[in-house]
Design a protein around this ligand. Structure first.
Ligand SMILES: [Zn+2]
Length: 203
């Protein structure tokens, strides 16, 4: 764990200071080391997760969680990751919601607006699956089809939620969507505990 490693480093440093290698600077070093350790110590798991997310895109342990969930689905290949999202930990779910809530309502709207395939009136969402075969239901009208790219909304149609230049996706909507997402896992009994054993890539 990150904190443990940090504390060990700090003890090593304190040990050096106490042994008195540099009397003139020892007081300052000691204060500095203690202050830095307190800063790290006082952090909640959430805050430490945020630091790792900023540096690596997610808390490091989630990589280990996913590796633990990978299954041997093809004997010749060994581990595959296709089933990694069949189950999930509560930690990952909570982290994902927190990340989404860090984005402002206006920014969320813009993020959705710039991807036409995310629009509910895009062909992506107008495609239905009939007997496993994709069928385009509407080919003449919808987001991503308009040739009037210079009009407001670009390839968006006026009936679309994302047609206006600006808008908001409120926290309440994000939370509601996340609850539905979480419920699907819960209904499938697929919210699992974090792995306790060390994962080796050879298995
Ligand atoms: Zn649209």
């Amino acid at each position: 764990m990150k904190t443990d490693r940090y504390v060990k480093d700090m003890f090593k440093r304190l040990d050096n200071i106490i042994r008195g290698s540099s009397p003139s600077s020892s007081r300052w070093d000691l204060d500095f080391a203690v202050a830095a350790a307190e800063e790290e110590e006082g952090k909640t798991q959430e805050e430490l997760d945020d630091i790792e997310t900023q540096q690596y895109g997610e808390p490091h342990r989630f990589h280990i969680y996913r590796a633990a969930r990978a299954k041997k689905t093809a004997a010749a290949v060994g581990l595959t990751y296709e089933d990694v999202y069949d189950s999930i930990t509560q930690e990952e779910l909570d982290w994902s919601l927190r990340q989404q809530l860090k984005v402002s309502p206006e920014e969320r709207y813009q993020n959705m607006k710039k991807h036409w395939y995310a629009h509910e009136l895009s062909y992506w969402h107008q495609t239905i699956y009939d007997n496993g075969k994709a069928v385009d239901t509407i080919k003449e009208y919808g987001c991503g089809k308009s040739t009037e790219k210079n009009v407001e909304g670009g390839w968006c149609v006026p009936e679309c939620r994302y047609y206006p230049q600006t808008g908001r996706i409120e926290d309440s909507e994000v939370i509601q969507k996340h609850r539905e997402y979480e419920k699907r896992y819960r209904d499938n009994n697929a919210i699992v505990e974090p792995p306790t054993t060390t994962i080796t890539s050879s298995d």
